[in-house]
Design a protein around this ligand. Structure first.
Ligand SMILES: Nc1ncnc2c1ncn2[C@@H]1O[C@H](COP(=O)(O)OP(=O)(O)OP(=O)(O)O)[C@@H](O)[C@H]1O
Length: 100
């Protein structure tokens, strides 16, 4: 099990999602992983939250996720990480980026 996860991590490292190159996993939430990533155009580092679209649809929480994104977009506070961008990379993935 641990080995399978290690292999998955190795495969994902260096993978490109849109204009972001993925690095190591920073953490894991209820609906997906947060990975360190680099914008390949600017070299700027970001924390990228990758949400599995199918899982969100199965759990019937699409509206909740949309509300969370809308709220995060409005939040501007020095102690709260800023939501930079939301991308739909492929049919099964939502990606959100936070400055790292
Ligand atoms: N901007 C960031 N920089 C560094 N690490 C981060 C950042 N955002 C999230 N993480 C790491 O990823 C973990 C999971 O983040 P996430 O936002 O998915 O948590 P959550 O809000 O508990 O999850 P969910 O929204 O799925 O319920 C965090 O506990 C943290 O360790």
């Amino acid at each position: 099990m641990v080995r399978k996860e290690e292999e998955k991590q190795k495969k994902e490292k260096g993978m490109q999602l849109g204009k972001y190159e993925l690095g190591r996993t920073l953490g894991e939430g209820n609906f997906g992983k947060v990975k360190l990533a680099k914008n390949i155009e600017t070299g700027q580092p970001f924390a990228v939250k990758i949400l599995e679209k199918n899982r969100i649809i199965d759990l019937k929480i699409t509206d909740q996720i949309k509300r969370e994104i809308a709220t995060l977009k409005l939040l501007k506070h020095p102690n709260v990480v800023r939501l930079h961008e939301v991308c739909l990379i492929k049919a099964s993935t939502f990606v959100t980026q936070f400055p790292y």
